[in-house]
Design a binder for this molecule. Sequence first.
Ligand code: GTB
Length: 221
Amino acid sequence: MNSTCLPIISVFERSPDRGRGLARDMRVRWALEEVGQPYEVRLVSFAAMKAPAHRARHPFGQIPTYEEGDLCLFESGAIVLHIAQRHAGLLPDKANARARAIAWMFAALNTVEPPILELQTLKFQERDKPWYEARLPLVEDRIRGRLGELAECPDAGGWLDGGFSAGDLMMVTVLLRLRASGLLDEFPALAAYAARGEARPAYRRAFDAQLALFNSTQSTD
Ligand code: GTB
């Protein structure tokens, strides 16, 4: 356990997103800020990520991880759920509403994020492949299909199921991964929904912390 007993999250030493808040530690930072839980960060380089010390924390050698006393967790969804269950503020008290909020977390991770990941894999790892041009519109249309359905879900001016929850936190972070593609802006209701998430003070604090970290690691180049 660390001396101050604060939870520790592992984050990129130098995030490849250049401080745009797109790496998955952002979800965990945001959740911790929403519930008012201070935390420390463990900076991990790409080499350290695959070394035994970090593999002991994360079986796939990735970020984020979360350490709290004797507990070490990996998977951003599991970490955010753990935080939401341990603290007030991210899940409703009533059992059915709580179950629905958790269902939205899973929907973000299992239904909405996968086609977005397909697009990112295509753009960043397969741009030089012979299938790139043919596959791009297919993957984009798959995302449009999902977003069209999702766009009917947030209450006007609000969230997915009543008040803001961990389901919204997860969904907003997933949708923001699309912003650079222009696809999110094709769905104004979803773009506004994501903007509402970004406007939350806890999101801003989390975003500013990861940006400050990125900027601090640039000065030695
Ligand atoms: N399912 C896991 C979770 O939700 O925690 C996925 C974790 C994951 O993919 N972590 C990535 C990682 O550690 C970082 S977030 N990658 C290193 C590796 O696998 O070796 C993914 C990410 C990376 C970069 C950007 N970017 O540059 O915009 C955005 C998101």
